[in-house]
Design a protein. Structure first.
Length: 103
């Protein structure tokens, strides 16, 4: 898996170009989730939206009703999830969701 690849790269002392690409993709995805374009105004609702999409939360609502997704943030989340499927762990979450929620 990913950890093994990282350990091998570390042992070899080189970083494959693929990892530099993944780094940029992860940074792009984090910008969408944490709402960097809007000075992180939608940070908490962005996290909640990802958890909602995975079935871990019933909604993306926050304790403060004024904390909502920023304009365009939902579209950005859609974009990065479609562009970088390796970052989406929905299958893993679905596989374990019942066990986690019953604990």
């Amino acid at each position: 898996g990913m950890l093994k690849e990282i350990l091998v790269a570390r042992e070899q002392g080189t970083v494959p170009m693929e990892w530099l690409t993944r780094n940029a993709q992860l940074t792009d995805a984090n910008a969408a989730v944490f709402d960097a374009a809007n000075v992180f105004a939608g940070c908490i609702p962005g996290i909640n939206e990802v958890l909602r999409r995975q079935g871990l939360l019933p909604s993306n609502r926050c304790l403060n009703p004024e904390e909502v997704l920023s304009p365009g943030q939902e579209a950005e989340l859609d974009r990065v999830m479609a562009a970088y499927p390796w970052l989406v762990d929905d299958a893993f979450v679905l596989e374990n969701l019942d066990r986690w929620l019953s604990a």
